[in-house]
Ligand binder design. Structure first.
Ligand SMILES: [Zn+2]
Length: 349
């Protein structure tokens, strides 16, 4: 827009360059002066010095990128403008380039930004097509301690590090969960499940992933069975073998292919909201928490032993939100988790 104004200014000056009264803009006043001093000869166009610009990804709005320098043989006052699809700012007097408040620099998405700088000497506009190279950084290293803690806890839960043989790559569902309730389901239990799912679905803020109930068993990709362990002996013999005779009051088993979870079976022996959340947490791909000690204000819902005063911790809401973010891949190893999650946190995704 600014450039259009200047272009009109040039045309205007060409047609009536002595009529200074209508030129309210300070810049245009100067143009007229310059035109007059150059009236004996031809105006020399300004020259922009080609420069290679680069900036580290995740640089914040306001960060200086560099300065476009230009010269003019007539020593005219030069004015800079910029044209780009990205939020780059140029100081019209000094040519200093900086990052706009709305520009997110992410090397992994885009490692180059093109822009055009125009310099105007009062008579002539000269364009220069330029490129800003985005350089890669180690995102984790610039996280705050709280953000690093979140990356570590996310890694701990999703690689199931509390287990004797942790996963080498984490897992998440590829599609939304359709849960079928089986066994001794009372209306009150169904109501509790419905309310809990609504709470948990609120955590999945980016993407289509949800957990919903289905009354049609053939549509379901997850089943919850509520009842005594003896009742699953023929239904789920593998879970029966693990749970029978143990202290377990619930158990969750997931199946996966191509690095995505595609089936879950949850057995629960008691009507308990926290136990439902716990086994569902396993079903979503989480292992046991290490935030279970007596020093914790509230124990995690993923503690291996839970009681009704445990809950989904704020950090775990973040874990579930990032895990089920539509752009977060499944099947990441520890280094990939660090890279992806650090980037997501910095981009505030
Ligand atoms: Zn468990």
């Amino acid at each position: 827009m600014r450039r259009l104004v200047y272009m009109l200014g040039v045309l205007f000056i060409a047609s009536c360059s002595t009529d200074t009264d209508v030129l309210t803009d300070e810049l245009l006043d100067n143009e007229v002066t310059n035109d007059e001093t150059a009236s004996d000869g031809q105006n020399n166009a300004p020259r922009i010095e080609a420069t290679a610009f680069q900036i580290p990804e995740h640089s914040l709005g306001g960060t200086t990128i560099g300065t476009v320098t230009a010269s003019d043989a007539d020593e005219d006052r030069l004015t800079f403008t910029i044209d780009s699809n990205y939020d780059l700012i140029i100081d019209e007097n000094t040519g200093e380039l900086s990052v706009g408040e709305n520009l997110q620099l992410d090397f992994e998405t885009n490692d180059e930004i093109s822009f055009t700088v125009s310099v105007f000497d009062g008579s002539t506009i000269v364009d220069w097509d330029a490129t800003l190279t985005i350089t890669d950084i180690n995102e984790y290293q610039i996280l705050s301690q709280a953000q690093k803690d979140l990356v570590e806890y996310y890694t701990f839960l999703t690689l199931r590090k509390s287990a004797s043989s942790p996963r080498t790559t984490n897992l998440k569902w590829g599609e939304s969960i359709k849960l079928y309730l089986d066994g001794a389901i009372t209306p009150a239990y169904r109501e509790m499940v419905t309310t809990t799912l609504a709470e948990i679905n609120d955590y999945f803020t980016v993407g289509d992933f949800t957990i919903s109930l289905t009354n049609n068993q053939s549509d379901a990709n997850a089943t919850l069975y509520l009842g005594d362990v003896s009742e699953i002996e023929t239904l789920w013999p593998d879970i029966f073998d693990i749970a029978n005779g143990s202290n377990n009051q619930g158990y969750a088993s997931t199946s996966f292919s191509n690095n995505v979870i595609d089936d879950a079976r949850i057995w629960l022996s008691i009507d308990s909201e926290i136990l439902f959340k716990h086994e569902l947490g396993h079903g979503l791909g989480l292992g046991h928490s290490n935030r279970c000690g007596s020093s914790e204000p509230v124990g995690s819902f993923m503690c291996s032993t839970v009681s009704p005063n445990h809950n989904i911790l704020p950090s775990e809401v973040e874990v579930l939100r990032y895990l089920y973010h539509e752009d977060m891949p499944s099947g990441l190893n520890e280094q990939e988790i660090e890279d992806y999650l650090s980037n997501f946190i910095l981009l505030d995704m």
